[in-house]
Write a protein that binds this ligand. Structure first.
Ligand code: C5P
Length: 397
């Protein structure tokens, strides 16, 4: 295997000292390190200590004629298998989220097509500030991976979330990203969460889906190396990092987002899409009137799973879900044929099972070979097992 290369951007924070330990861990794992130090970073660790540990000179200036002659900043941004930003300060995250490029680090991050992993580190209030959380959300949506931060005592004397992840945790996240999983180079679309169908501008029809199973599946596919497009309705569980996130509200929008994400090698439709929308939804808030109760009229939503399964751009493997409250395997097998998908992951969502909104799932996998009952297990385990099966199926084709 070729030697892996990490471009390590060290931002300006007290936890920059931990990045020196990280360099040692990387070198110990025979991973080459090209270090970049921001101007603020230089206030915390010296270029000399960084370059001595990395065994490589430090890049710091955007317009350095000597450095540009050896390797231009665009080339530098693409020369690694992974870019790691540790510590990722609030300022660096804001620059990234805003697409700014006013120093070497931010320019590299904007110019790159290499996966990026951030290890945020900042004061607890800065971390919880709406602006930082907004930027974090945007970066996650751009497919940026994030490790940490952790909670604990801070150098500034406060306590809370904002401590940079420890070097060994960052190392584990790096190793996971650098490992070529069986789904490397494969694009998989995952839908997740409920949809909201408007009654009027303030009211909607929804269901109890938390989006937990869909998020876990997206993370498991990502961990096997897949490029994941995660199309999510308004779920209560946040999307995983390292996947491309598209947020939608309605079934119609979800269909549009899924179609726009094609072509793909696989599609896993875990969303609990509303079957109907309100066809006489009001543009204005419906008022209480003396003349009687409002009457809602319904129209059928597009069936995204069926459209993808039967469409021209059909992925190699299409997996649907079936949430039933009775005759699970039988109804699911019929659904597989009706919708034209390859597999159905069926589960019993009767209230007594505690599955909808819970952390566990008991599924039956329906394929053309028949029904396979899986024991009850955590949604994360269901996701890992399903992702492994998907890797097997796509590999075998
Ligand atoms: O028909 P039912 O809703 O039970 O089918 C469930 C499966 O179909 C799930 O995979 C769900 O994501 C998908 N579905 C869809 N579009 C709809 C309804 C369901 O993609 N309008």
């Amino acid at each position: 295997m070729d030697q892996k290369r990490v471009l390590l951007i060290i931002g300006g924070g007290i936890s920059a000292y931990k990045s020196l330990l990280l360099i040692r861990l990387l070198r110990g794992a025979r991973i080459a390190v090209t270090p970049v130090l921001t101007r603020a970073g230089e206030e915390f660790v010296t270029p000399l200590s960084v370059s001595a540990l990395a065994g490589h000179k430090v890049h710091s200036a955007l317009f350095d004629l000597g450095q540009e002659a050896e390797m231009g900043h665009i080339e530098l941004s693409r020369s690694a298998d992974l870019i790691v930003v540790a510590p990722a300060t609030a300022d660096l995250m804001a620059k990234m989220a805003g697409g700014r490029a006013d120093d070497l680090a931010s320019t590299l991050l904007l110019a790159t097509d290499t996966p990026v992993l951030l290890a945020p580190a900042m004061n607890v209030r800065m971390w919880h500030h709406a602006a930082t959380q907004r930027n974090l959300d945007a970066l996650r949506g751009d497919g940026i991976h994030v490790v940490g931060p952790n909670s604990g005592d801070m150098a500034c004397g406060e306590f809370g979330l904002g401590r940079m992840a420890e070097p060994d945790e960052i190392m584990a996240a790096i190793t996971a990203r650098l490992t070529d999983g069986p789904l490397k180079g494969r694009h998989i679309i995952v839908t997740s969460g409920p949809t909201h169908e408007a009654i009027d501008p303030v009211r909607y029809i929804a269901n109890r889906s938390s989006g937990a199973q869909g998020a876990a599946i997206a993370a498991a596919l990502r961990d096997l190396g897949a490029t994941v497009t995660f199309v999510t309705g308004p779920a209560s569980v946040p999307p995983p990092s390292g996947v491309q996130v598209t947020r939608v509200q309605t079934a119609q929008q979800m269909l549009g987002a899924v179609m726009a994400a094609l072509p793909a090698d696989g599609a896993v439709m875990a969303a609990a899409v509303a079957d109907w929308h309100v066809s006489n939804a009001s543009d204005q808030k419906i008022k209480k009137t003396a003349s009687g109760l409002p009457v809602l009229e319904f129209a059928e939503n597009p069936d995204i799973l069926a459209e993808v399964s039967k469409g021209a751009n059909r992925p190699e493997l299409v997996v649907g879900f079936a949430a039933e409250t009775q005759n699970v395997a039988e109804y699911a097998a019929q659904k597989r044929l009706r919708k034209g998908c390859d597999w159905i992951v069926a589960n019993d969502v009767s209230p007594q099972t505690g599955i909808m909104g819970g952390s566990e799932n008991a599924v039956t996998l329906i394929t053309d070979a028949g029904a396979e009952e899986w024991p009850r297990m955590g949604k994360t385990e269901v996701a890992a097992r399903l992702a492994a099966r998907i890797a097997q199926a796509l590999g075998a084709k």
